[in-house]
Write a protein that binds this ligand. Structure first.
Ligand code: PLP
Length: 399
């Protein structure tokens, strides 16, 4: 039997859509109407955002949570609360969303790239160790795809060097490391509630911490410089207004109730995919299982095409998409981003400091051979996972 790829005019393996994202129903509708009718639309008057902050902090086993406009500004505020100032260095992985890095640049701090692990795509603690200097203020652990970084090793490096550990957990709602939920294992952790994320209100974010002091430092940044118990027009600090609306708070509370069931489904389907992809050991490489990763949030399902060039990977992604499976080549590596590089160069020159190094060979390799499947593909039935595997098998047979 001859089969031709959908890319070449053949019949796609998958002819129907995968589960839609985000999902909401009469529960969210009722919650929105209730806020509307209450007349308390802002979090300065209502309690939806405050309730959600407490509920999400509890879900992530953190003492404190402060909601704010989005994950990007959550990073800016977290870095600032951690003491990052102009000229300081913030150690970041190059394999991440741009906000991890641009948030440092907004504060006129210098991002310093530490390369990632070749199998997990996550910040490599040994690489972090090598780039820490007396100017380093913070290290940012980005839990890419929802898999926690090695928080034991990163905590150790940060504690020994007296620098803050910030978790960028924008992709890691519900993830845990050695049985402890992420977000407040480091000094501060940030999450995003943007449309694509595993918990969403369209937009939004939160900062978690176990430190009352850091939590107090976040408050004025979100609330125009106010202090928690100060008078309305008492602004002891300079701060932005980053507050969420009560509409977002109400949606997030309803969505949070759905998260455990969705997380279970994603985990089950991810395990099925992992078992199925194990049939192609010569073509496909997966991150090794790690017993310390007790919950993987499965925001993205990542795999690598062994030995593939970027062109071969891009062809594979087009072919798989044509078979009806949404997928992406993922991040290009921020050390290659011109906007990032030129701002870094500008800041370093102005301070009369040596040029930055943009040498991240592991990220270069991963940026060329990685494929991402988005989390909504994992929200369906066993038959959906079977279709994904059949489509991957077909594309591999016809490479
Ligand atoms: C989504 C994301 C952000 C930014 O969050 P927004 O809410 O979109 O601003 C930051 N870091 C990572 C790793 C992300 O995936």
């Amino acid at each position: 039997m001859s089969e031709s790829l959908a890319l070449q005019g053949g019949i796609p393996i998958r002819q129907t859509e995968f589960p839609a994202w985000p999902v909401g129903d009469a529960t969210e509708e009722a919650a929105l109407v209730e806020v509307l009718r209450s007349g308390r639309w802002g979090s300065t008057h209502g309690d939806q955002v405050a309730q959600f902050e407490a509920e999400f902090a509890a879900a992530q086993q953190a003492e404190y949570g402060t909601c704010l406009a989005n994950g990007t500004l959550a990073l800016v505020a977290a870095y600032q609360a951690a003491g990052v100032r102009a000229g300081d260095e913030v150690v970041v992985p190059p394999y991440t969303f741009i906000a991890t890095v641009s948030a440092a640049l907004f504060l006129q701090a210098i991002p310093v790239f530490a390369d990632v692990d070749p199998e997990t795509h996550l910040l490599d603690p040994a690489a972090v160790e090598k780039v820490i200097t007396p100017r380093t203020r913070a290290v940012v652990a980005v839990h890419i795809g929802g898999r926690p970084c090695d928080l034991d090793a990163l905590t150790e490096v940060c504690t020994r060097n007296g620098v803050a550990l910030v978790e960028d957990a924008a992709q890691a709602h519900g993830a845990s490391w050695r049985g402890r939920r992420v977000g407040a294992i480091g000094d501060l952790g940030t999450f995003s509630f943007q449309s694509s994320k595993n918990l969403s209100a369209g937009e939004g974010g939160i900062i978690l911490t176990n430190s009352a002091e850091l939590n107090d430092a976040v408050y004025p940044l979100v609330n125009v410089g106010r202090t928690r118990d100060g008078a309305w027009y008492q602004h002891d600090h300079l701060g932005y207004n980053l507050r969420l609306t009560e509409f977002q708070g109400a949606i997030l509370r309803a969505q949070l109730k759905r998260l455990p069931e969705q997380a279970k489904r994603r985990a089950e389907n991810a395990d099925r995919l992992t078992a199925g992809l194990g049939e192609f050991p010569d073509a496909i490489a997966l991150a090794p299982e790690d017993p310390a990763v007790t919950e993987h949030a499965r925001h993205l399902y990542l795999f690598r095409l062994r030995g593939a060039t970027a062109a071969e990977r891009d062809w594979f992604v087009s072919a798989l998409q044509a078979e009806g499976v949404p997928c992406s080549p993922g991040y290009p590596g921020l050390h290659t981003n011109e906007a990032v590089r030129s701002r870094m160069t500008e800041l370093l020159r102005a301070a009369d400091r040596p040029e930055a190094a943009f040498d991240c060979p592991v990220t270069d390799q991963l940026a060329a051979n990685t494929v991402w499947l988005p989390q909504n593909l994992l929200l369906g039935e066993e038959s959906d996972t079977a279709d994904i595997l059949a489509a991957i098998a077909k594309v591999l047979r016809n490479r």
